[in-house]
Design a protein around this ligand. Structure first.
Ligand SMILES: *Cc1c(COP(=O)(O)O)cnc(C)c1O
Length: 359
């Protein structure tokens, strides 16, 4: 009766071990909804990976969480350092650190004024300095990095490295990363550790050759936890089936069925993150034409759903409800039985499963 993520445990764990073996300095990223698997589960699994260090050669001494608010959930399940990806600011959750975990936190500092403010509040704070990349999300420019280097001087400080967050899907990051590492060298910062995201194995290998005195540590989420999609299956339970004739009404809006078939009610709705991209109730001709043009709607005005039966993607009879969805299956097609699980295509990072079952 659920939207369930089933994980082939052996296969998944094999993939995790292989991934950390291939990336010895890896920093597993456990944030948000835990990539669909749950933040707590990922933190526990990261501890398991750390416990297998002798086998993999990867210490897994640090994991990354997304926000200060996520520290608590990760800290009780994983015993190493917790790098917070959201930059430190002199306000909000960053200032509410639990004393028991504060010493394990590694902050991300992305503005020179925050470096001074953080060190003033906590002289023992450990941190990475974030460098601005072509993403332009957070980070210091070359000049700001030099200012930070001046402030830190040669004194021993909590500096743990420099962090850079790179865009996805660019042809190669090497040009940009090379420029950025050269800026780190030029800044005189007393560190040779660089934390990066979204570099391929061959890009990492090339960097190791170009900068033998630098340690490049990849932060990896998707390719670690979700890297072997074949180990993951998503199923939605069929909760009800109603035979309908053309003209019968159904649903919240009392719409009438355009042709005979079945209404199939399945687990999974907006609360799970299902079908948020579906058009609203706007059924104007123009809106329908636009949706039709995008290939999302059939001739009678039903919208494509992420659910499929026997490999055929089915249409929403109406927009998804909070925890269930109504699908339309035209006559002629096989009608699933109540209790059967059907396939759903989801974005793992935006889906809240009722259950995650790891075999
Ligand atoms: C989310 C995140 C990552 C991990 O990204 P994936 O694509 O899931 O591997 C790495 N670095 C930063 C700063 C992030 O926010």
């Amino acid at each position: 009766m659920s939207l369930t993520l089933s994980v082939d445990g052996d296969r998944w764990r094999r993939h995790l071990l292989a991934t950390v073996t291939a990336h010895p300095g890896i920093v597993p990223v456990a944030k948000g909804n835990g990539y669909g698997l749950g933040l707590g589960r990922l933190a526990r699994r990261a501890q398991w990976l750390a416990d297998h260090a002798a086998e993999t050669g990867a210490a897994v001494d640090t994991i990354a969480v997304g926000t200060y608010d996520e520290i608590g959930e990760a800290a009780t399940r994983y015993s190493g350092d917790l790098l917070v990806l959201t930059p430190w600011r002199p306000f909000g959750a960053a200032l509410d650190l639990d004393e028991r975990t504060a010493a394990r936190v590694v902050h991300t500092v992305s503005r020179p004024q925050d470096l001074a403010a953080l060190r003033e509040r906590d002289p023992r704070a450990r941190f990475v300095l974030e460098q601005l990349t072509s993403m332009r999300r957070h980070g210091m420019t070359r000049r700001e990095l030099a200012t930070a280097a001046e402030e830190l001087g040669r004194a021993r400080s909590g500096l743990r490295g420099v962090a850079m967050h790179l865009p996805l899907n660019t042809t190669s990051h090497l040009g940009e990363v090379t420029r950025l590492i050269n800026e780190v060298v030029a800044s005189g910062l007393p560190t040779t550790t660089v934390f990066v995201s979204h570099l391929t194995a061959s890009e990492l290998a090339r960097l190791a050759t170009s900068y033998p005195d630098f340690t490049v540590r990849p932060r990896v989420g998707t390719d670690l936890w979700l890297g072997d999609r074949g180990a993951l299956t998503v199923g939605a339970t069929v909760l009800d089936v109603h035979q309908v004739e053309r003209g019968d009404t159904f649903g919240y809006r009392g719409r009438s069925v355009p042709k005979s078939g079945h209404i199939v009610v399945v687990s999974g709705g907006t609360a799970h993150g299902i079908g948020l991209e579906a058009p609203t109730g706007d059924q104007s001709l123009k809106a329908r034409a636009a949706t039709l043009a995008r290939g999302g709607m059939d001739a009678v005005g039903f919208v494509r759903s992420p659910f499929s039966i026997d490999g055929k993607q089915r249409l929403f009879a109406e927009p998804p409800h909070m925890q269930a969805s109504m699908l339309f299956v035209p006559s002629g097609a096989r009608v699933p039985r109540v209790g059967e699980d059907i396939d759903v295509r989801v974005r793992f990072t935006a889906t809240d499963f009722d259950r995650v079952v790891v075999s």
